[in-house]
Ligand binder design. Structure first.
Ligand code: OOG
Ligand code: NI
Length: 425
């Protein structure tokens, strides 16, 4: 059997998902157009930035996106972990959103190798409802029963997952079929699996509960292209009549972007059938993101303390230039040889000083829990309530996944160190 590279399946899946979402949510198509116009304009007007993108990075920019889904049970999450493995994606990072008042915890499924990320950076932010945080025992029980009845993966997709696990791969026709079948899991369902009274009770308890429980499956709730100037994009969204959320999440604007800045247009109200009646539900939206350099633990601690402050002062603890961020070990860089000679036996800093080695920022591929909670809240509407502050439960999420969650910072560090070793070796 000629097995197909999982990167190729992921690329196809990401394209299929984007096409489906564009058909289902036409305003997402508007957002894609707006973003691609801004990206071209930024690259045309900033030759230094354009030069810093190699061909692979430039190609990746137009494909770059993430999506998000929410699941109801540990079994569903375990099944999705197996589905995403077929697409070359593993769970990276633990995000505790309960601390910010949203009763879920989450991980992101993504590729980890730089070459795989270049082939397709598609990531899926995946939240698991923490039913134990729902106070009403009867409602919790009802939700559990409804969730236990649904099947979120088609029988054919499941058969192909099993084949992948046993045979160690899928061939081209199987891969094509898998992408088509996997898409079914994330499709919108316009008919509720519960009656209007149950829906209302769920919504009353928490709007998130209604969103996760009443559907036949974990519909994709947004897709997010990467934009090079999010402030311009936010203004362009408003000018185009897209109901943008009030503020951009994440770090303030800087000439040297770090981590992740995000904004979205608010979820649209859509008609839903409940048995005989028709109601509405708001779930689906569009988001944009601007990504910057990944931070080390020390850099991240400075960002987090700025976030916890009143934020009125600028983020002065993180220098706004790459040289300082690198020298102070606040951000991660990848090293490459320039072709210029270095003195014999030179260490990394000497090679850099002689221009024999160049340092390039490593892009942050992950998410930010406080920002994610802000995105959640702006799309759940005003009725989203603050919960108390339960402890994070990483082991519970790992048990549901059936594997350990990859530590994102360790990935960046490894990539940086490996590139440095290759330059000096
Ligand atoms: C997920 C929100 C989090 C992000 O980009 O931080 C997210 C959701 O609303 O389900 O996608
Ligand atoms: Ni998102």
């Amino acid at each position: 059997m000629a097995v197909v590279d999982p990167d190729f399946r992921r690329q196809r899946f990401s394209q299929a998902m984007s096409a489906m979402y564009r058909r289902e949510v036409p305003r997402y198509g508007d957002l894609i157009e707006l973003v691609s116009a801004i990206n071209s304009r930024v690259l045309d007007g900033d030759p230094a930035l354009a030069d810093s993108f190699d061909e692979a990075e430039r190609a990746r920019l137009d494909q770059e996106r993430h999506g998000a889904i929410r699941v109801g049970t540990p079994e569903e999450l375990g099944l999705l972990r197996r589905m995403f493995a077929v697409l070359g994606m593993v769970p990276v990072g633990y995000y505790d959103l309960a601390a910010a008042g949203v009763p879920v915890h989450a991980t992101a499924f993504r590729a980890t190798e730089p070459s795989s990320l270049a082939a397709s950076p598609f990531r899926v932010f995946t939240s698991l409802l923490r039913l134990e945080l729902i106070a009403d025992a009867a409602l919790r029980q009802a939700a559990q029963e409804i969730l236990a009845r649904r099947r979120i993966v088609t029988p054919r997709a499941l058969a192909l997952i099993e084949r992948f696990e046993h045979a160690g791969g899928l061939d081209a026709p199987e891969s094509q079929e898998f992408v088509r079948e996997a898409l079914e899991t994330f499709r919108w369902h316009a008919t509720a699996t519960v009656d209007a009274a149950t829906y209302d009770a769920l919504r009353q308890a928490h709007p998130l509960l209604a969103d996760v429980v009443w559907f036949g499956g974990p519909h994709i709730n947004h897709l997010t292209p990467r934009v090079l100037d999010i402030d311009a994009a936010q203004a362009a969204m408003l000018a185009r009549g897209l109901p943008a959320k009030e503020q951009i999440e994440g770090p303030p604007p800087r000439s040297c972007p770090v981590l992740l800045r995000q904004t979205s247009f608010k979820a649209l109200s859509e008609p839903v059938r409940f048995g005989g009646s028709v109601g509405t539900h708001t779930a689906r939206f569009g988001e944009i993101e601007q990504r910057g350099v990944a931070l080390t633990e020390a850099g991240r601690a400075r960002y987090d303390s700025w976030l916890a402050s009143d934020k009125s002062h600028i983020m002065s603890s993180l220098p706004d230039n790459h040289a300082a961020l690198r020298e102070q070990d606040l951000a991660f860089y990848r090293y490459r040889r320039t072709g210029r000679p270095a003195p014999r036996g030179a260490d990394l800093e000497t090679a850099l000083a002689h221009g024999a080695v160049a340092a390039e920022p490593i892009l942050y591929e992950d998410f930010l829990p406080v920002s994610a909670a802000g995105i959640f809240r702006s799309n759940l509407g005003d009725s989203a309530r603050e919960a108390d502050q339960p402890a994070p439960r990483r082991e519970a999420l790992e048990a549901a996944l059936g594997c350990a969650i990859v530590d994102e910072v360790a990935l960046y560090r490894h990539q940086s160190q490996a590139s440095a070793a290759a330059c000096l070796g």
